[in-house]
Design a protein around this ligand. Structure first.
Ligand code: 3HC
Length: 296
């Protein structure tokens, strides 16, 4: 596979903007950032600028570093422009299997035979995504953690037909981004981290629904009892209730096991539009990304 110079990030949302930023800021790659609406791209670029200014104010990087990282990110609404000429495409679209499969089919029209197609999916089968392309050997899981700018891990997942060279490309990119990697040898839903995390987050929502404890006490218990940096309900808000619900549903379907059943409260909150930090309300109120008060 050719060395990576240009990376395409598909999706400028909660994860995509951070992945684009790390690719440009830490790895020094040229980056095209794609989304379906101008307002989504604008919001993604604003989040990148905010995050870069945090690093500048903490003197982690200089103002010049921030400006040149920003100049390496090229937002676009055009899939062909986003993908053509990139050695690595990182898909970070909504966690919806139909949407992702459609995107993979369309990406395959523009990606070269040696382009590695990585997915930031947290639960959807890499083998399934690979099946939608002309070169399933080039399709591989590259799962970042929120916020990608700070979290040091990338999970690499092999689909049934993923080649060793695609895995090597992700290891090369992760090293350039200064991230640690773990390899998930089998294409198993939720890989390693979400297989453990998502049932725990769901169980915290069950505790609220059953009236066992208030959200603040559940979060306090896990932070002080298990040394998590954030309690499970705040983390649910942080990751997104809709994303967590989607992952639980994929687990139910793929494992055919009722033990992954999402709580009714989680389902109802998503229906009500209480998605967490991104919608301003979840288990907590989020008037701005850095402040949170409980709502339940
Ligand atoms: N860019 C740059 N800097 C950032 C930032 C960003 N996007 N977000 C936060 N920071 C900085 C802040 O400026 C602050 O800097 P300071 O300490 O010098 O003041 C520092 O990080 C800490 O931020 P906050 O004070 O706002 O809040 P916290 O102390 O709670 O830290 C956190 C935030 C780093 C996110 C920490 O709470 C944490 O590690 N939480 C757990 C996150 C986690 O578990 N992520 C994984 C979720 S699972 C997942 O993503 C998988 C998916 O598939 C579901």
């Amino acid at each position: 596979m050719p060395p990576i110079k240009r990376v395409s990030v598909l999706g400028a949302g909660l994860m995509g903007h951070g992945i684009a930023q790390v690719s440009a800021q830490t790895a020094g790659y040229e980056v095209t950032l794609l989304d379906v609406k101008q307002e989504f791209l604008d919001r993604g670029m604003t989040m990148i600028k905010d995050s870069l200014s945090k690093f500048v104010s903490k003197k982690t990087i200089t103002k010049d570093d921030a400006e040149s990282a920003l100049a390496r990110i090229h937002p676009t609404l055009d899939l062909k422009e986003a993908v053509a000429g990139s050695q690595l495409v990182i898909e970070a679209s909504t966690e919806d299997p139909k949407l992702k499969l459609d995107l993979y089919r369309r990406v395959a029209d523009y990606a070269g035979p040696e382009t590695t197609l990585a997915s930031n999916t947290s639960s959807i089968s890499i083998t399934l995504l690979g099946g939608a392309t002309k070169n399933p050997a080039n399709v591989v899981g590259m799962h970042f953690f929120n916020p990608p700018q700070l979290m040091p891990l990338i999970e690499i997942t092999r689909g049934r037909r993923t080649s060793d060279s695609a895995v090597a490309v992700i290891k090369e990119a992760a090293s350039a981004m200064k991230k640690e990697t773990v390899l998930c040898k089998k294409d198993s839903p939720g890989f390693i981290v979400n297989r453990i995390l998502v049932p725990a987050l769901n169980e915290a929502a069950f505790l609220v629904d059953e009236g066992v404890a208030d959200p603040e006490d559940i979060d306090k218990a896990i932070m002080l009892g298990l040394s998590w940096p954030m309690g499970p309900l705040k983390l649910l808000d942080y990751v997104g209730l809709d994303t967590t619900l989607n992952i639980s549903q994929v687990f139910m379907q793929e494992f055919q096991d009722d033990k992954y059943r999402p709580s009714l409260l989680l389902r109802q909150m998503v229906r009500a539009g209480f998605l967490g930090r991104k919608s301003g309300k979840g288990f907590y109120e989020w008037p701005s990304p850095s402040t949170a008060k409980t709502t339940t």
